[in-house]
Design a protein around this ligand. Structure first.
Ligand SMILES: Cc1ncc(COP(=O)(O)O)c(C=O)c1O
Length: 451
């Protein structure tokens, strides 16, 4: 067992009500210059000092259970010794050599290719998720001979570059029009069905609408559908399994590519190395990021072998993509995932947490839905049993109360996102759920809601 799994003293350990005075001071100074912090930070501006395994410590000395993994990144826990060691080694050896080959790049590519599903084999390396999505979309255009029309779903999030953003729910009208050829279709979100229908009686009418969108908004230049298999940013939105085979058929019928954005769901987060494996799906193109580098910036996209030729025509050259430190971090992370049977841990601890979440749903009327796969989970707060009306005020309060009591996690208005490092233990997870239970109880009391 590595240090990433070890318990170190009392956890959580809140010495001073957070955000404490040191956090306040550091954050105020930073915020004079750094503009546009996320709501997560604005809501709870704690300042981090360090992270170890499944815990994080702030500058006031408070230690928290980590249910955020950065933002789904620290797959092998904070500063896993093997990952950190490899980063140190390469920071002394070679930091950048453009897109030349290094032995560590070769080993990383070979390892990644051995894990990718089906005949997916052609890879390009980048640093951030948006960059990988953008590069994947460039490759799609080459594969499809210049066709450029892409289709995604309401609530999807693919990044902040122009094309990736144009295939996402922007939530900011000031960003102006989407890039040409980018279209969104209603999401197959059964908990909040855009058509107010029930699955399976609905017959997945949303898939008929996707076909209609492709055929009516498209102008003969339809190239691909790109989707998150489970929406992360929108609050761990899960779909019926049937959705994926329907989309595959829709794409196949029109000779379009199926691109799955696994930046958030990949690298074991859902209990399989890649989420698409849960549904027996081999996409044409896959994007990866977040968990690949164990916290270090590493991203990639990969295509089925039959499309390797297109990657030769869409250069992989970038300033930092595939740099030796990134490859070393990526290789070490993939090795740790295998050596420490991390997928087994994700499935066991994920199932345990889910069982406890279902109990929360039974015991609290504002818990409208609990959902997810592996260690990609969420609690959806509603304004009373039997409704799906979002309880945003409660979401904000539960997030802050639990954080104050030692749980670092991710809010999404009424939805509370649970995304611990993949090394999370049952023991710490139980403490985290106790903290959430207590916070929900207090909030129900505050709103005078009976359980
Ligand atoms: C599914 C998905 N795709 C792409 C991105 C963009 O990644 P990045 O923020 O690293 O650019 C994200 C980030 O949250 C994501 O969740």
């Amino acid at each position: 067992m590595t240090a990433a799994f070890k318990k170190s003293g009392k956890i959580p350990d809140i010495l001073i009500t957070p955000p404490g005075p040191k956090s306040k001071s550091w954050h105020e100074r930073a915020a004079r210059h750094m503009k546009g912090y996320s709501n997560q930070v604005k809501q709870f501006p704690v300042v981090w000092e360090s992270g170890q395994g499944n815990t994080m410590t702030d500058v006031d000395g408070n230690t928290y259970i980590d249910f955020s993994a950065g933002i789904y990144c620290n797959s092998t826990g904070h500063c896993h010794p093997k990952v950190s060691e490899k980063i140190k080694e390469y920071s002394d050896k070679l930091m950048n050599c453009h897109d030349f080959t290094t032995p560590v790049k070769t080993l990383f590519l070979e390892k990644l290719a051995s894990l990718l599903p089906g005949s997916i084999n052609g890879i390009q390396l980048y640093c951030g998720g948006s960059e990988a999505v953008e590069a994947a979309l460039r490759a799609v255009r080459v594969i499809k001979g210049g066709k450029y029309e892409m289709f995604s779903f309401w609530g999807d999030w693919h990044g902040k570059t122009m094309a990736s953003m144009s295939l996402s729910s922007l939530g900011n009208e000031a960003f102006g029009p989407r890039a040409a050829g980018c279209h969104l279709s209603p999401t197959p979100n059964c908990f909040r069905c855009p058509f107010k229908l029930k699955y399976p009686e609905c017959g997945l009418v949303c898939m008929d609408i996707l076909e209609g969108t492709i055929d009516n908004e498209g102008t003969g230049m339809q190239a691909a559908v790109i989707m998150e298999l489970i929406q992360g940013y929108s609050g761990t939105v899960v779909y019926p399994d049937e959705v994926y085979s329907r989309i595959s058929e829709i794409c196949k019928k029109r000779e379009m590519l199926f691109v799955v954005d696994e930046i958030l769901t990949g690298m074991g987060r859902t209990g399989k190395m890649f989420c698409c494996e849960n549904f027996g799906l081999v996409p044409d193109v896959i994007t990866l990021g977040k968990g690949v580098g164990g916290g270090f910036p590493v991203s990639a996209f990969a295509v089925k072998e039959e499309y390797d030729w297109a990657l030769e025509k869409a250069s992989a050259s970038t300033t930092y993509g595939g740099n030796p430190i990134a490859c070393a971090a990526g290789l070490a992370t993939l090795e740790v995932i295998e050596e420490e049977n991390i997928l087994e841990n994700v499935n066991a601890v994920g199932a345990h947490i889910k069982k406890r979440l279902f109990k929360l749903k039974e015991n609290h009327s504002i818990v409208g839905d609990v959902r997810g796969r592996g260690l990609l989970l969420a609690i959806d707060l509603v304004k009373g049993r039997g409704t799906n009306e979002a309880f945003v005020e409660a979401g904000k309060m539960v997030y802050e109360k639990a954080f104050s009591n030692g749980l670092a996690w991710i809010p999404a208005e009424n939805i509370l996102r649970l995304a611990p490092p993949l090394t999370m233990t049952e023991e710490l997870a139980d403490k985290a759920i106790d903290i959430i239970d207590e916070a929900i109880t207090e909030v129900e009391k505050y709103f005078k809601i009976s359980t």
